[in-house]
Design a protein around this ligand. Structure first.
Ligand SMILES: Cc1cc2nc3c(=O)[nH]c(=O)nc-3n(C[C@H](O)[C@H](O)[C@H](O)COP(=O)(O)OP(=O)(O)OC[C@H]3O[C@@H](n4cnc5c(N)ncnc54)[C@H](O)[C@@H]3O)c2cc1C
Length: 323
């Protein structure tokens, strides 16, 4: 019996399970360790929009990967019709950094001092889609273990994993898919991409009972995001926020983002005080590049940074091909 252990049940870990279920593999048992007791799941604290964002192929390795990932996700939605994924229009506006905007969106419009571009994309209800990935993986013999891995050690031909509740597991192969918490295991790997991986905070306000009509949409205005979920009447407002060294939502930053969008967009906003404030830690790896690393019986996948929901599937399939 060959056992694979995957640490982390965010979009990376669940996409791996989904990709393993789709492809013949040599593991007779797969265990997904998932517990956000010490490490809040970024995938559940994400505005989760998937759109091409003007990126085209032929300019950089990262651009090529992001383009391929968007295409893969689009095909996945068309073919598999996953729960929790909705088509949207992504509108991007810019009044600052316009040179970069024009370069990225050559087909832009310009009116009243504002540059704009419109694309088709997807909006994800995170919990629903993350659950769907596991539900659709029943062809694979896997088990989800609710426990936090606190130690990994080589024991002869096997790897031993210790959980915070004292349980011990053995596996032939271990994949770290712990998002920004992968950095705590980098001492086990001399590989470069992981060496400077760091958490970068993002945060947003979540308003309920909002009604801007029957269609979901996402607007990005000078980097600030306004995401409307028509099906659940939820509005998200957020952006990258200042590093504060802890995991509480940065209320001052969020209030500035809210104020900028209130002034720039033509929507009546619910009062700031009504919002739930949410923050997540994204993993930014060296040169913003996602990584797949293999070293003997240990492997790492991550560095999804701002594009976890499009990169998940593409990177998971690449990793499964390499196992
Ligand atoms: C505010 C915000 C907005 C965002 N907007 C978008 C967007 O619009 N589009 C987009 O595509 N992406 C977006 N992202 C980025 C995206 O959410 C992330 O890239 C993605 O969720 C990372 O997924 P992951 O699986 O690598 O990590 P995570 O989702 O963090 O999953 C890792 C899991 O591993 C678990 N774990 C870690 N260590 C251990 C351990 N030792 N034992 C057991 N479990 C462990 C954690 O608890 C967690 O559940 C956004 C992120 C934020 C914060």
């Amino acid at each position: 019996m060959t056992t694979l252990a995957i640490i982390g049940g965010g979009i990376a870990g669940r996409s791996l399970i989904y990709a393993l279920a789709k492809k013949k593999n040599s593991f007779s048992k797969v265990i997904l360790f998932d517990s956000d007791q010490f490490a809040p799941t970024c995938s559940l604290r994400s505005t989760a929009v998937v759109a091409p964002r003007g990126i085209t192929t032929g300019h950089s390795e990262l651009g090529d990967l992001l383009s391929a990932s968007f295409l893969k996700f689009k095909q996945h939605v068309e073919k598999e019709k996953p729960s929790g994924v909705h088509p949207i229009v992504q509108k991007t506006f810019a009044t600052s950094k316009v040179d970069a905007f024009i370069k990225r969106y050559p087909q832009h419009s310009f009116k009243d001092g504002v540059y704009s571009s419109i694309e088709n994309g997807f909006l994800i209800e995170t919990k629903t889609y993350l659950n769907w990935l596991l539900e659709k993986s029943r062809d694979l013999s896997f088990e989800v273990k609710n426990g936090f891995v606190i130690n990994i050690e080589h024991k002869d031909e096997l790897v031993e994993l210790k959980l915070n509740n004292g349980e011990v597991f053995q596996a032939h192969k271990v994949i770290m898919a712990g998002g920004s918490y992968n950095r705590f295991w980098r001492g086990l790997s001399p590989a470069k991409p992981l060496s400077s991986s760091a958490p970068v905070q993002g945060a947003y306000l979540e308003f309920s009972d909002v009604d801007y009509g029957p269609l979901s949409f996402s607007i990005t205005f000078d980097g600030d995001n306004f995401v409307y979920h028509a099906h659940s009447h939820i509005l998200l407002i957020g952006s990258s926020t200042q590093q504060v060294g802890h995991e509480l939502p940065p209320v001052k930053d969020l209030s500035r983002i809210y104020e900028r969008l209130r002034l720039n967009l033509n929507f009546e906003l619910p009062p700031f005080e009504k919002a739930i404030k949410i923050t997540g830690q994204r993993e930014k790896a060296s040169q913003r590049k996602p990584y797949i690393i293999h070293e003997g019986s240990l492997s790492w996948i991550g560095g999804f940074y701002k594009n976890g929901y499009s990169l998940g599937l593409e990177l998971a399939e690449r990793m499964v091909d390499e196992l």
